[in-house]
Design a protein around this ligand. Structure first.
Ligand code: GLN
Length: 583
């Protein structure tokens, strides 16, 4: 086959097609991610608690669905069809975010004059509506005679409005929230079909034992970050310059491009990502039924979102039981699956495997548990760190120009692109001297690093001065440290799973790896909720209080991660022994 001989940077030329397809998909995903939290807080004017909780739940679902999507592709669809289907769902999801929310901002009108309205959810479930007037927050109190009193923070009545003149709760009808949530549901389901299967197709390009495989995945990881780098600059730019719809629209366009690249591949991917033999040899092709069933995920996820939004924090002093009881249904399902699944798989391996296999599985599971801690901190990027950038960061670059809060997310992608080649050269150089750190030691470095990144930012915050704003370089520094840490855990972890797992269940173990990231996303949402600050119309009311709140949370999670990282370092010789020489 002469086509197969043509190569791309010394790799099968099909890698180029998969690289660009994934690049444009990540372009869409990270472009959307750069906007979402700000969209929820500024456009929908959700309070911080609601916005970050929603964001955590959404990203948890995004990382949960690959478990099912990977399995369905294995059994029935084949990877290529799964990727195409996922791409279509994700495109529709982004388009819904683009068109569905543009007039969703809640407003009130008084004699035709428009005011933003903020709706605050109280822990007991009640709602308070505030009208935003010149940066002041006025509580709307309906009176018996149909007039309304607008009450300021100090309790004085700032204004009364004659009966019938105040039309509140205007345009953010629940319909817009519903439409936006449906968009998020579609992206979550679509990602389950897309993300795991495009990676598997990369794996298919190499024969077993082909030494280019790891390098191929490194190139692929560069594609991921190239896509996210570009969109994290462009989508927030368009959102600012034109409107939210334009930012989400560009994300959607990227996703359509990704779909087109794989749908119209000109035969370049023939023979890759095909359905399993049973289907190809005239077995029943269940594709349409599977697509229909997958769409059922949309209303189910929607209900989970509604439940999540209505979940109330536990009353102070209600203890661990109260805490668990107060978790949303989504949270209970995620934690439940993880806490039952991990021991169940271990018991299975103790029964079915020999001692060596069991110990290797045990090592993998211990690392998977530590993995939760890493991503819980790392994934503050899209929520609390973006809000921090918006509120307590001086975003000017050398006093020449300013970037926007959403754009600060591009630092991670930039540093990955710069650091990935350096790090792989470093590991090779260390390995040549017999000094390459073991996998658990790399994980420990990652945990200390992700914590240290936050402590670095806290140090910067102590120098913030009377503006209560930190220079952007401190945030860039955090992302530099986090990117270094990511490279110690993310690629290392994926390849570790394939090597330590009992071969028969390697697919499921990959699913457990993603499940641990999903749990982390959910916990990350809870952490970001703890860092909630009071806002008026999406703007914080007190910069000092908000800086103190962020510093308090970042300081705490920073030290916790450093502590857990050091604990893992102590455990690492034991875990290394369980790994039986796997590198
Ligand atoms: N940034 C990488 C990606 O989007 C890895 C993210 C992750 O595994 N949590 O693919």
């Amino acid at each position: 086959n002469p086509a197969a001989q043509e190569s791309w940077f010394g790799h099968p030329r099909q890698l180029a097609r998969l690289f660009t397809t994934e690049m444009w998909e990540r372009f869409g995903f990270y472009g959307m991610r750069a906007l979402l939290t700000l969209y929820l807080t500024k456009h929908f004017v959700f309070g911080d608690r609601e916005a970050t909780g929603l964001y955590g739940g959404y990203t948890a679902l995004v990382y949960l669905t690959p478990l099912v999507g990977g399995w369905l592709a294995d059994q029935y669809l084949g990877f290529k069809r799964a990727v195409k289907f996922g791409a279509i769902l994700m495109s529709i999801g982004y388009f819904i975010l683009c068109f569905g929310g543009e007039s969703a901002r809640p407003i009130a009108t008084i004699d035709g004059q428009r005011y933003a309205v903020q709706v605050d959810q109280s822990p007991s479930g009640g709602e308070t509506q505030y009208l935003i007037d010149n940066g002041r927050r006025l509580k709307i109190q309906g009176q018996e005679d149909g007039s309304a009193a607008l009450v300021a923070a100090d309790g004085t009545v700032a204004r009364t409005v004659a009966p019938g003149k105040l039309v509140a709760g205007g345009e953010r009808s629940d319909l817009y929230v519903t439409i936006m949530l449906l968009g998020l549901c579609l992206v979550s389901v679509g990602n389950g079909f897309f993300k795991p299967n495009i990676s598997t197709m990369v794996g298919e390009l190499y024969e077993q034992g082909d030494r280019r495989r790891d390098a191929g995945f490194t190139i692929f990881y560069m594609g991921i970050n190239l896509g996210s780098f570009l969109s994290q600059l462009l989508c927030p730019f368009l959102a600012d310059a034109i409107g939210w719809w334009a930012g989400f629209g560009l994300a959607a366009a990227g996703m359509v491009f990704s779909w087109a690249l794989i749908q119209f591949d000109g035969g370049k991917l023939n023979g890759y990502g095909e359905p399993p033999l049973t289907v190809r040899q005239g077995g029943r092709d269940r594709a349409l039924g599977i697509y229909a069933l997958a769409l059922l995920g949309v209303p189910i996820f929607y209900l989970l979102f509604i439940n999540l939004m209505n979940a109330t924090p536990p009353a102070p002093g209600s203890g661990i039981v109260g805490y668990i009881a107060s978790l949303s249904l989504m949270g209970k399902l995620l934690f439940g699956t993880f806490l039952i699944g991990v021991p169940a798989i271990l018991i299975w391996s103790a029964v079915k495997g020999d001692r060596r296999e069991f110990q290797m599985m045990l090592a993998a599971m211990v690392m998977i548990v530590f993995n939760v801690v890493f991503w819980t901190l790392f994934e503050q990027a899209g929520s609390s760190l973006t809000l921090f950038a918006d509120r307590n960061t001086d975003l000017s670059v050398f006093g020449l120009f300013s970037i926007s809060a959403g754009q600060t997310q591009f630092f991670n992608a930039l540093f990955i692109i710069l650091l990935a080649p350096v790090m792989s050269a470093l590991w090779t150089a260390l390995a040549r001297r017999g000094l390459e750190p073991s996998v658990p030691v790399k994980f420990a470095i990652a945990l200390v690093g992700v914590g240290a990144g936050f402590l670095f930012l806290v140090w910067g915050a102590s120098l913030a001065g009377p503006s209560f704003k930190v220079a952007i370089w401190w945030l860039a520094g955090l992302y530099f440290i986090h990117s270094f840490a990511e490279l110690c855990i993310s690629p290392v972890g994926l390849s570790m799973i394939t090597k330590l797992s009992i071969a028969r269940i390697v697919g499921m173990m990959m699913g457990v790896w993603f499940l641990s990231i999903s749990v982390a996303q959910y916990v990350a949402g809870i952490v970001a909720q703890v860092a909630s600050v009071e806002t008026v119309g999406g703007q914080v009311t007190n910069l000092k209080v908000s800086l103190d709140t962020y510093v308090g949370v970042f300081w705490t999670i920073g030290w916790i991660a450093v502590g857990i990282g050091l604990f893992l370092l102590v455990l690492s010789p034991l875990i290394k022994r369980w790994m039986h020489g796997v590198k």
